[in-house]
Structures are given as C-alpha cells and as structure tokens.
Design a protein around this ligand. Structure first.
Ligand code: GLU
Length: 432
C-alpha cells in the first residue's frame, strides 16, 4: 500500500499505558482548579457513544479477513462530532476514547462549532496492498453506516490515513444516499483530495498550526527562531510539515526519530530532502546526511524545541529527564503522560499542549466543511490567514487562562475548553 507514512512510531515500552487514564487525570486536575459544576463534570467525564464494528473484507488471495473498527463520540454540545480515523495495530477502545475526548477540548479551544470523536481500525496497514486498503476502508465505512453523517459525525485523516482513504469513505458514503442527497453530502469527511472537495492547505494544516504556535511563543519569549535548533519525533504528515515550515525561519533540524530509528546531525538536516527520502524508504533509517543514534541519545539531544509528532506516551518518567530543550510543542495527540508533564514542569521546560498546538488540522477541516456547505473553494492565502487568526486567538486564551489560574498550560487549555462547554450546559440544561 502506497500510503504516505503518517505519524507512527513503534513505542519502546512493552507495556502499553492506558492513555485514557491520562485524559481522566488531566480533566480532574482542571475541573478541581476551576471548580467545574459537578453535574457538568459527570457528563463530560464519560463518552456519549461507543461504536465497535467487526466487519469482513476480501483479501487479494480471495480469502476473507475480519477487522475490528471503532468510532467513539465523546460530546456534541458545541456541534457535530468531529475527529480523525487512525489505522494502527495499537488502536483499542481506551485509545479511541482518549483521542475522542481530546477532540472535544481541541475544538472548544479553537472556537469551532464541533464536538469530539475519533475512530480507527486495529490493524497494520503496511501489511496490506492498495486494493486491500480500499476494500477494508469501504467495508468499515459501510459498517459505520448511520453513525457518521455530514451534519452529525465527520471523520478525517489521522495516523496512517490520508486523502486517498478519505476519498474512498466519501465515495462509499455517497453511494449509500439518494441521488438527490449526493452533492449536498460531500462534507461527510474532511481531508479529502482537492479535486473531490478538499481544502487548500489541509494537508499541511496541523504542522502549520504547530508552527504558528511556536512563532507566537518565540515572540512572547523574545526568542529568535533564526539559528534555533529543533528535534522531531515522527516524520509523517505532522512532523514533516512542521519541519519544513520551520526551515524558512532559519531554524535548524538537528535530530529526528521515527518507527525505523533515530538520526542526528548537529550541522542540520534538510527537512525537504529528508521528506523525499522518507517517502521512498518509509522511514528515516539510513538517511545518508546524518548519523544514526539510539532512542536515549535522541532524547538527550541538545536543542531549543522538541516537537513530538508521533504517538501517545512518549514523554514519560523515563524519557522526560533526558530532555535538554526549552520548549515542547506537541504536534501529536497525548505524547506526554502525567509523570512526563510533572518532570517538564520541574525542569522549567515550556509546553504548548496538544489540544492547542495540533488544532490546526481540525481548524482547516472546519474550513473545508464550510466551503463544501457553501459550494466555495478558498485560496491558500485565505485558508492560511484564517488559520493563523484562530490559532493565535486560541494561544492567547490559553496563555491568559494559565496566568489567571496560575497553572501549567495544559491545565489552562483544559479550563478554556471546559469553561466554554460549561457555559452551554448552564443555559441549555439537559433534556428532559
Ligand atoms: N486527526 C486530526 C486531529 O487529531 C484532525 C481531525 C479532524 O480534522 O477532524 O486533530
């Protein structure tokens, strides 16, 4: 399967931590600090719908294989459920619950009218051909059936899924509605190919949002990005775009790790050249213009900025003490666990939390959704400018709230999200 490899990295620890526990602890900390209404707290502490589907797909050898897919809808009080679909062997119900919940907070912080959802299939896409990927994706879409919809729950790309996968979902979904419905349903997914109603700038959007946040942080700190050094974990969509977009500032990429290994070069690694290499070789391993390093040395790299852009639970009690950076800008969802967070704070490392720092993807998904509904297509400059405004606005809200509550930025970001959701429940109440 010729998927552009998205953010995937083999997690080193053999035991998979339960990421949903991270969400619960983050949520409890913020709820206590802001004194969240106890009734609203009960509602938000759990997901709304959890859909698990077991579905068959025909393999190239003519045999059937069964797959397990998920869609978890956390909350839709701010708007339709929204969030990506992940194809990865580590996908399970707790991971999808955690990712769905983070989507609710992310959309609330970004100020876009969506709730939170996430889904995926637990399998390894690298073991399947292009044709198998198509059949798996189409059968998954068919299995989800009425659980997704353009005004109800809108999927998008995530780890190991891309615009091609979205095109198959779109086509399968449209084939299931009446001919009259078809052309007003293309906002069933976002992150589509441009020719099928995708938005300019959606591909780079998450990396772009991360870089807008870093730029704003640098401005606040009077920190010069020219000649600054950065390291990245994960060189899929988010990591490679963030790397490429930092290059024009004169910043230097000094180390990269992905599921194939880690590389370092204190003189700088060219992100554009590395992206071409990774596309061909499916990983950073063996990149000629850098030295191979091990996992520990990668974490010990001296750099100004670290962008984790792979999977969850990478900055932990084991790895956080090794970090020698000024800022962690979370391009991935949930890259830092609770212990990792504590250590970053002790070490005075600044943090741009995921639910702020990687919101660019879903923000441009919202623009795509709007363009589809209005039968419009915006120029890249317009998309970028609108994205910049939304990201900077969110950044300022998180910064001010963290200061107001004298807390860390992750907790500040939660308080921004929870306050806006609380406001809606307060006035609307619950039925009956
Ligand atoms: N998967 C992305 C995320 O985690 C984008 C979701 C979307 O665009 O709906 O934010």
């Amino acid at each position: 399967m010729e998927l552009a490899i998205a953010d995937k990295i083999t997690q080193k620890p053999a035991i998979k931590r339960n990421v949903y526990e991270n969400v619960t602890q983050q949520f409890n900390k913020a709820s206590d600090l802001m004194d969240l209404d106890p009734d609203i707290r009960k509602i938000l502490a759990t997901t709304t719908n959890e859909i698990i589907v077991h579905f068959p797909a025909i393999m190239d050898n003519g045999r059937i294989e069964m797959f397990t897919g998920y869609r978890v809808q956390h909350n839709n009080v701010l708007g339709p459920y929204k969030g990506g679909l992940r194809y990865h062997p580590a996908v399970d119900i707790d991971e999808v619950r955690a990712l769905a919940t983070w989507m609710t907070w992310k959309c609330a912080i970004a100020g876009i009218p969506f709730g939170g959802a996430k889904g995926g299939i637990a399998f390894d896409p690298s073991k399947h051909s292009f044709g198998e990927m198509e059949r798996i994706t189409r059968r998954f879409t068919y299995a989800l059936n009425g659980n997704i919809g353009p005004e109800y729950d809108i999927p998008a790309p995530d780890v190991n899924t891309n615009s091609q996968i979205m095109a198959w979902i779109l086509d399968t979904y449209l084939s299931s509605v009446t001919p009259q419905e078809r052309n007003r349903s293309i906002h069933i997914v976002t992150g589509k190919p441009i020719a099928s109603g995708g938005s300019q700038g959606r591909d780079k959007a998450t990396g772009q949002g991360t870089v807008f946040c870093i730029e704003q942080w640098a401005k606040d700190k009077n920190f010069d990005l020219n000649n600054a050094t950065y390291m990245i974990q994960g060189f899929g969509n988010v990591g490679s775009w963030a790397a490429k977009l930092l290059k024009p500032f004169g910043s230097k990429l000094v180390a990269v790790e992905d599921h194939t290994g880690a590389i370092s070069n204190p003189e700088g690694i060219d992100p554009d050249k590395l992206a071409i290499y990774v596309k061909e070789r499916k990983g950073v391993h063996g990149y000629p213009a850098a030295e191979p390093v091990d996992h520990e040395s990668f974490f010990k790299t001296k750099a100004d900025i670290f962008i984790p852009a792979a999977l969850e639970n990478q900055i932990t009690a084991e790895t956080a003490p090794l970090l020698n950076v000024k800022l962690v800008a979370e391009g991935a969802n949930g890259p830092t666990d609770i212990e990792g967070d504590g250590i970053l704070q002790e070490k005075n490392i600044d943090l741009l939390p995921d639910i702020l720092c990687n919101g660019g993807g879903v923000i441009v998904s919202y623009f795509e959704w709007l363009q589809n509904k209005r039968s419009e297509s915006w120029e890249l400059e317009e998309v970028d400018e609108r994205l910049r405004k939304k990201v900077i606005n969110a950044y300022k809200k998180v910064k001010n709230t963290s200061q107001e509550f004298n807390t860390d930025w992750r907790t500040g970001a939660y308080i921004v999200a929870l306050s806006s959701i609380q406001e809606v429940y307060r006035t609307r109440g619950i039925f009956p």
